[in-house]
Design a protein around this ligand. Structure first.
Ligand code: NDP
Length: 248
């Protein structure tokens, strides 16, 4: 059950945090990984680490807001390994702020990366999964996709959107013969580089304080993703919230 040797797994946002931790965990089971993100040096290092851990990996520099680059990531998986078993839409940013600050660039970036990036990933993976009549799309949402608070508006909206898209995809897939599984993973406070994307200094330092008290390792989310993949293929974890035990 925990052997991923035959599985081809595409990860967006693989260069750090949850994506990187997931790549390393799956590598230990011999998975074949296709890694996408913008920071090439980090991807190059990760490929070496994956190989050292017993997996195989290729990478592509991908900006998930560019549909053709996301399509190329899918083609890289097919050209290298011949199939796509799992596509993990993980790339995301979280520049939270109050709406009255009118940080329009941040709003646009979150909508483009968190929502459109996820849609482009689904669009790139589905044609191959439909042909294979199997596959698994895992979308990273957030606890912020369940709860909105002052300052989380646009981030929460994008993560809510990820859940809506995922549930709709799940039903669409259940109605045809593709056997494609859909899983939403909604993490709480996880210690990664995500807070670096916050442009409002006050929000950033408050969030850092919160994470210092409550945040847990990205390994925990990686484990959750691995467990979702490991389920027998006639069952799917449709959504899991994974939060630090102590997070309020
Ligand atoms: P990180 O900042 O460590 O990872 C984000 C990843 O996304 C990086 O690899 C980054 O790589 C990539 N990325 C950002 N923008 C783009 C882009 N335009 N194109 C391609 N890749 C991009 O944070 P996390 O690991 O925490 O974040 C992963 C996901 O988890 C996100 O969707 C986030 O919203 C979600 N999440 C995180 C939580 C947390 O507390 N950490 C809680 C709930 C959800 P690069 O810069 O190299 O492109």
């Amino acid at each position: 059950m925990s052997n991923h040797q035959d599985k081809v797994i595409v990860i967006t946002g693989a260069s750090s945090g949850i994506g990187e931790a997931t790549a390393k965990l799956l590598a230990k089971d011999g998975a074949k990984l296709v890694l996408g993100a913008r920071r090439e040096n980090l991807l190059q290092n990760l490929v070496k680490e994956v190989e050292g851990l017993g997996g195989e990996a290729v990478y592509a520099v991908v900006d998930v807001t560019k549909v053709e680059q996301v399509e190329d990531l899918a083609k890289l998986a097919i050209d290298t390994f011949g199939k796509i078993d799992v596509w993990l839409n993980n790339a995301g940013i979280m520049p939270q702020s109050l709406l009255k600050q009118k940080k329009i660039e941040d709003w646009d970036a979150m909508i483009d990366i968190n929502i459109k990036g996820t849609l482009y990933g689904i669009g790139a993976a589905l044609p191959f999964m439909e042909k294979q009549k199997s596959g698994h799309i895992i979308n990273i949402s957030s606890i912020a996709g369940h709860i909105a608070h002052a300052g989380s508006s646009v981030y929460s909206a994008t993560k809510w959107a990820v859940r809506a898209i995922s549930e709709s995809l799940r039903e669409e897939m259940a109605q045809d013969e593709t056997n494609v599984r859909v899983t939403i993973v909604s993490p709480g406070a996880i210690n990664t580089e995500l807070l670096e994307s916050i442009t409002d200094q006050e929000v950033k330092s408050n969030t850092e304080e919160f994470y210092k008290n409550f945040g847990i390792s990205a390994d925990r989310v990686a484990l959750t993703i691995k467990q979702a993949i490991d389920l027998p293929e006639d069952a799917a974890w449709n959504e899991v919230i994974i939060r630090p035990t102590k997070q309020l």
